[in-house]
Design a binder for this molecule. Structure first.
Ligand SMILES: C[S@@+](CC[C@H](N)C(=O)[O-])C[C@H]1O[C@@H](n2cnc3c(N)ncnc32)[C@H](O)[C@@H]1O
Length: 284
């Protein structure tokens, strides 16, 4: 699979203290799952997708910092620059724009990326509208149903070293950081590595390292107590998206992981993989 060199721009804050400032802004505004769902009157985040935008706007018309943050990062509508300044102080809007989190146009600003609370974490990932642009191949997916299936099944034992293979926005790595001394998050997509590194810093997780590379290449010779992986397991002839299409024929990518992972596991270690596999006609 060829990887596009032309990713939508995204980078870290120039001032490292801005990570703490942004987290502080979210915490002070009460930007968390419970408050957001309660304010919007919905059961869960996926049900927001089908909701009427004008209804969501009417529920976030109070002018509070929480209203502005929800409109910006969740409803994805342009917000008034003066409301934004108030909502994000002491963080400068220019700093948010430099990272690629927002775009400022005249007297309004809009989010260039998604940034949602997930339990006690804040997670950045790509807006689905990126799939309609020339940058679509490097799209970094958010927390989908396959993500939740794997994270709900993950064995939460103490781990000396954990590998999140195909980390995307890094969610499994961050959840594993709580029961691991060290976590390595690997992804082939350079944009995913940038976003996961940003997320690790935003959440103050200093024991997570994000590396770019193909499968186990960046961790050659290392051993893990836990390997978690939600690889691009869709079996199809497509190679359009890195997050979805493995680039190898049929179930070869998942087979390759299952074959190679034992040499990276400590005695008693686990690999938890979410995968599809083919059943050729007439074979077991
Ligand atoms: C289905 S997404 C999973 C993302 C995230 N771990 C999750 O569960 O939400 C698969 C991820 O694997 C990455 N990937 C695809 N091929 C890869 C490879 N050969 N080596 C490493 N990562 C790869 C993609 O860029 C994508 O981020």
């Amino acid at each position: 699979m060829t990887i596009s060199k032309h990713s939508a721009p995204f980078s870290s804050f120039k001032d490292p203290a801005d990570f703490q400032r942004l987290r502080g802004v979210f915490e002070a505004a009460g930007y968390c799952n419970t408050n957001v769902l309660e304010k919007l009157g919905v059961r869960d985040f996926p049900s927001i997708r089908g909701s009427d935008v004008s209804l969501l706007l009417s529920k976030t018309g109070g002018g509070t910092a929480l209203d502005t943050i929800i409109r910006l990062f969740l409803i994805e509508v342009p917000c008034d620059i003066e409301n934004m300044k108030l909502a994000f102080q002491p963080l400068k809007l220019e700093a948010l724009a430099e990272t690629g989190l927002i775009r400022i146009t005249g007297t309004s600003a809009e989010a260039a990326i998604k940034l949602l609370p997930h339990n006690d974490l804040f997670i950045t990932f790509d807006q689905t509208r990126m799939l309609q642009t020339g940058h679509r191949q490097n799209y970094v997916m958010g927390i989908g149903s396959s993500t939740l299936t794997l994270s709900n099944l993950t064995i939460r034992k103490r781990s000396r070293q954990t590998l999140d293979l195909g980390a995307g926005c890094g969610i499994h790595a961050f959840m594993a950081a709580k029961h691991s001394e060290r976590v390595i998050a690997v992804d082939l997509n350079p944009r995913a590595v940038q976003i996961a590194s940003f997320n690790a810093r935003l959440n103050g997780l200093s024991n997570v390292e994000c590396l770019e590379g193909d499968l186990f290449a960046p961790v050659k010779g290392q051993k893990f107590d836990l390997v978690i992986t939600n690889p691009p397991f869709v079996i199809s002839p497509e190679t359009r998206y890195i997050y979805r299409d493995g680039g190898l024929e049929a179930d070869q990518l998942c087979r390759k992981i299952v074959r190679e992972v034992p040499q990276y596991l400590n005695e008693g270690g686990y690999c938890q993989i979410l995968c599809n596999w083919i059943e050729p006609h007439g074979q077991e």
